[in-house]
Design a protein around this ligand. Sequence first.
Ligand SMILES: Nc1ncnc2c1ncn2[C@@H]1O[C@H](COP(=O)(O)OP(=O)(O)OP(=O)(O)O)[C@@H](O)[C@H]1O
Ligand SMILES: [Mg+2]
Length: 341
Amino acid sequence: MGLFDLRPKSRREDLFDRERELSELYRGVERGYPVVIVLGVRRIGKTSILRVFLNEVDGVYIDMRGIVRRSDLEVRLTDSLTSSLGRLRRFLEGIRGVEISGLSLEIRWRGRDSVSLAGLLTEVNRKGGRFVVVLDEVQSVRPPLSAELRNLIAYTYDNLENITFILAGSEVGLLRDFLGYEEPKSPLYGRAVYEVVVERFSKEESREFLMRGFREEGVSPPPEVIDEAINFFDGIVGWLVLFGRRYVDGFRDVGIVKNMAVELAVEELSKLSPRERMVLKAVASGCKSWSQVRRFITEKYGLTIPNATLTRLINKLEKLSIIKNYDFQDPVYREAAKKIT
Ligand SMILES: Nc1ncnc2c1ncn2[C@@H]1O[C@H](COP(=O)(O)OP(=O)(O)OP(=O)(O)O)[C@@H](O)[C@H]1O
Ligand SMILES: [Mg+2]
């Protein structure tokens, strides 16, 4: 493992900096906040921070992407508990419906002598000692599971003082909507939530990151290559890692590596609806206001979108953390938006 490893990091020595974020996580959890949220755009390093944190405190990490039904969640939770069974054993011993033998774990979720998700958390809470449940990309969960999850979190909030949920997501607005703590109908309405925001690296930090990574690999690119990467990737660590890795692997042309990144972003943006893509094109072409976007789309596509629709599209793109104040959060996506059709 090293800085330029493409997988999320899980050991502190592989993690560059993030001291502030980690100490904020410690603070939130130690103060007994029932819910902590970790926010940050794609590739900023959320998962790495959470995995490192969970290496140091007791709990489970669950990637919520692709989880559709409760049974998917039950499978992933069981796997996650199993993978740290050595450390978590004391939280699980003696619970009805939970069978531990050696390094394997069996949980009976339904039928006789079974335990529900809420029941399991209740029992874990009883053992004493803080237990953390990390749900990564939780905003991707759809109804009805999302509602069930909100209820479970609200129940934990009110009753299980030793359990902390850490919820993370790259689509910041959607994550807030998921929680609904500003939505009177949500079971989490009005609850205090501790926020940790993961920020991009400064130019100096980006430089230090690349220098250290290249040193580890025994490669020393010319200064202008480093400068170009620092400027283009704008402190987003996932891109810096991709750049470093590719460069070390022999792609010595920064232009080509930049293109690889842009192509990845193009692929992601192509999943958006045609109208959302039109709005992105408008913003990528420099439109700085609602009316400029509207005029751009009318001129370029011969299509005038209703007021309310345009407002909704812009809100959605903001909630996805792609744009903010009519600019891209990540310059790679600006270049990608110029290319999509
Ligand atoms: N502090 C760090 N030091 C070194 N490498 C890092 C650091 N943070 C993230 N990385 C690397 O950057 C890439 C993206 O990191 P990670 O997956 O943790 O980000 P993320 O915010 O969870 O991204 P996504 O939104 O895509 O889930 C990975 O290759 C990871 O190894
Ligand atoms: Mg992640």
